[in-house]
Design a protein around this ligand. Structure first.
Ligand SMILES: [Fe+2]
Ligand SMILES: [Fe+2]
Length: 246
């Protein structure tokens, strides 16, 4: 994972894209969604939550940051999805994917909370200033909490390269980046994700599950992610009776 300076920018409010990194990743993984090389578990996410405890010191270090924007719900669920995606891609750097997923949204705790919903979840959310700011602040959090826990400079740079642009940049730069992006989206397909996220977008559960299918599912980069998303979406729709509560 490179930490090089972006080389091209589109408009002032679009995220800059390093075209070399994006092209190299597209060449390395030409088939989309990216086929799995390991086991795909699409069972309900709550049936097999993360049981690994090696990141507990990071959790404790960012506990205050988990209290913003329901990160205390989003981040643990996304971490379990990240671990399942790593099982589906054993060739990946598992620790990098897990740590980057855990920390990716901690920056929401360091921005003006009153701007999060109106700007960060409005029609042009991906290009909003508050989105860029939460990514920048997330990298600051990572650089604060990881060094005292023994993580080295190269690893932290790789974590920050994923956090920076995870929402605002449309393309992934590597497999780890792609898995974090899918883990970040997958939690929304669970009934808990529907419950929390639908309120951010002022939608009913039925409207929100329709949006997930139309807009978020096509953004998923891995076949494992697509299969997990479809399975969770189907379960959420049945459970929440979205066919009749429309
Ligand atoms: Fe984010
Ligand atoms: Fe997120």
């Amino acid at each position: 994972m490179s930490n090089s300076t972006p080389t091209t920018a589109t408009t002032a409010r679009d995220a800059p894209v390093d075209t070399e990194l994006a092209a190299a990743f597209a060449q390395a993984y030409p088939m989309r969604p990216i086929p799995s090389t390991g086991v795909v578990d699409a069972s309900p996410i709550s049936s097999a939550p993360s049981r690994e405890t090696d990141l507990d010191e990071i959790w404790r270090a960012v506990e205050p940051e988990t209290r913003a924007r329901r990160n205390d719900i989003h981040l643990p669920i996304s971490l379990t999805f990240a671990e399942r995606l790593c099982d589906a891609h054993p060739e990946t750097d598992r620790l990098l994917v897990r740590v980057a997923t855990l920390l990716h949204d901690t920056g929401w705790a360091r921005v003006d909370e009153s701007r999060i919903i109106p700007e960060g979840f409005g029609p042009d959310w991906r290009r909003s200033g508050i989105r860029f700011e939460h990514e920048r602040q997330g990298c600051i959090v990572a650089r604060e909490v990881l060094p005292p826990l023994g993580y080295d400079r190269d690893f932290i740079d790789a974590v920050c390269a994923i956090i920076e642009g995870h929402d605002t940049r449309m393309v992934a730069y590597g497999l780890e980046d792609a898995l974090v992006r899918d883990a970040d989206r997958l939690w929304r397909f669970t009934h808990t994700g529907v419950a929390v996220s639908s309120t951010w977008f002022s939608m009913t559960p039925a409207q929100y599950t329709d949006r997930l299918e139309a807009e978020v599912l096509p953004e998923l980069l891995t076949d494992a992610g697509v299969r997990m998303a479809r399975a969770e979406l189907e379960r959420s729709r049945v459970l929440l009776k979205t066919a009749v509560l429309r």
